[in-house]
Write a new protein. Structure first.
Length: 196
């Protein structure tokens, strides 16, 4: 027993140095970021509209699970506008936000056109991807409705409406966008929905 104590006393510095090295290694492992690639996801179910810092969070995924166009930091998406509702945990990519990536996904020759629909309640029934015709009613008492744009896709739907109506974003051609702008300035707009 005494011999063991003498042996331990002789190697005390070596044992202390080894324990210190183990502590340093454990500390380094605890501050190292978890493996995987950082990606931005929805922190909760979102109806669409402008993103705030509270709407998103960053998680880490294996590199092979990260799609093209994914965002790696919250600041990249805060202030951006979602093209439609997303579920909690859903990955946010450039085609989920209005912008160049989203417009490229719409197809060649199409533009995103904001249009105010008179009936806010009817507008909130729409979903991104719905195909609609836009109607304009000119005049007051004996208003006649005409179709201004045919078979245009809904890009975003309003989260809420006001007494003035609800703002939709539609995927239109440039010519349809011009016709819609003219109609909005002189009439109230409504939509009819094509069956899926």
């Amino acid at each position: 027993m005494r011999a063991l104590s003498r042996r331990l006393a002789r190697h005390r510095r070596l044992i202390a140095a080894s324990l210190a090295a183990i502590c340093v290694a454990c500390a380094l492992l605890s501050v190292r970021p978890p493996p995987g690639v950082a990606v931005v996801t929805a922190a909760r179910d979102l109806p669409g509209g402008r993103l705030s810092a509270a709407d998103v969070t960053v998680v880490r995924l294996p590199p092979e699970a990260v799609p093209d166009g994914a965002f790696d930091e919250r600041a990249s998406v805060v202030g951006g506008v979602l093209s439609g509702p997303v579920r909690r945990g859903e990955l946010l990519t450039d085609v989920r936000l209005l912008g160049r990536g989203f417009l490229a996904a719409l197809g060649s020759g199409l533009v995103a056109t904001p249009v105010r629909i008179a009936d806010a309640d009817a507008a909130t029934l729409l979903s991104p991807g719905d195909v609609v015709d836009v109607l304009a009613a000119f005049g007051q008492e004996t208003a006649q409705a005409v179709t201004v744009a045919r078979e245009v896709a809904v890009v975003t739907r309003p989260v809420t409406g006001t007494i003035e109506g609800a703002l939709l974003v539609l995927a239109t051609t440039s010519e349809q966008a011009l016709a819609l702008a003219r109609a909005q300035s002189a009439s109230r707009l409504s939509v009819t929905v094509h069956p899926r």
